[in-house]
Ligand binder design. Structure first.
Ligand code: NDP
Ligand code: 8X3
Length: 254
């Protein structure tokens, strides 16, 4: 129980799952969250067999403030006292197209998950980090939080909000010994595009045609590097792209 806990939202696939695996391999205890219970259970089983760490799974939707608060409330005092790291990773894009054709349901899903969900989780966990005397919050932003691209409108806006919140949280928490880092990845092949294109496998696959995209472990390794800097160092903001990507719209493809 001396080991620290990392809270990872969106641990059922992609970056979150890769972080769970890497941090467990380094001896961290895990609190893994997501909506798909079967995936959380499978991941717990797999990692429990590989690593001697405590793994708690908690199935909830980050858009539901009550579920978020309850998930944190029910943790034992001992666990709460050992939470050091929060990786605000749960997020999604839904749809891609011009604003005049946008579906408001898609917009609500993105804003409610990427912005409000991140806020609900941060509000629930940050007081524990403060009580514990130190901590680190990693917000998964995006290149879409640095630039806008055609058809990206609301997703880009939601990730610009994450970028702004990372800066604001850093200011709010500087006197509390809590580091805040914004990670802004470019194109990474996960389930992201499958979700964005609503299960259209071909369109999702085509996003990564002709170049080597990032993979989830690239992001997990980057986060691990950021988290393991000496106490006096914080990496505020880190943009990571495939070598074949120069901006949100410029790719060098075969
Ligand atoms: P995945 O689709 O593979 O993973 C997304 C994760 O978010 C899943 O575990 C999913 O879990 C979880 N999630 C989504 N909605 C909710 C919700 N309402 N409540 C709880 N959990 C939720 O995509 P990535 O790993 O690529 O995405 C992770 C983050 O990285 C996202 O914030 C994304 O915007 C960002 N990002 C991705 C990039 C990419 O190119 N892949 C680039 C830049 C940023 P479940 O469905 O089980 O709830
Ligand atoms: C995901 C990367 O470029 O599709 O955030 O917005 S992008």
């Amino acid at each position: 129980m001396e080991k620290k806990y990392v809270v990872i939202t969106g641990a059922t696939s992609g970056f979150g799952e890769a972080c769970a695996e890497l941090f467990a391999s380094k001896g961290w205890n895990l609190l893994l969250t997501g909506r798909r219970k079967d995936r959380l259970e499978q991941l717990k089983d797999k990692l429990s067999q590989l690593f001697h760490v405590d793994i708690i799974i908690s199935c909830f939707d980050v858009r539901d403030e009550m579920q978020v608060n309850q998930a944190i409330d029910v943790l034992s005092v001992e666990v709460k006292q050992h939470i050091y790291l929060l990786i605000n990773n749960a997020g999604l894009a839904v749809g891609r197209g011009p604003i005049q054709d946008g579906l408001t349901d898609d917009w609500n899903r993105m804003i409610d998950t990427n912005v409000k969900g991140l806020l609900y989780v941060s509000r629930a966990v940050t007081p524990l980090l403060i009580q514990n005397g130190s901590g680190h919050i990693i917000n998964i932003g995006s290149i879409a939080g640095k630039e806008v691209y055609p058809g990206g409108n609301v997703y880009c806006a939601s990730k610009h909000a994450v970028d702004a919140l990372s800066k604001a949280m850093r200011i709010d928490l500087i006197s509390k010994n809590i580091k805040v880092t914004n990670i802004a990845p470019g194109a990474a092949e996960t389930e992201f595009s499958l979700v964005r294109f609503k299960g259209d496998e071909q369109t999702a696959k085509d996003v990564y045609n002709g170049f080597d995209p990032l993979v989830a472990s690239d992001i997990a390794e980057t986060i691990y590097f950021v988290v393991t800097r000496p106490a006096h160092v914080n990496i505020n903001d880190l943009t990571i792209m495939p070598a074949a990507q120069a901006s949100s719209t410029v790719f060098h493809k075969d």
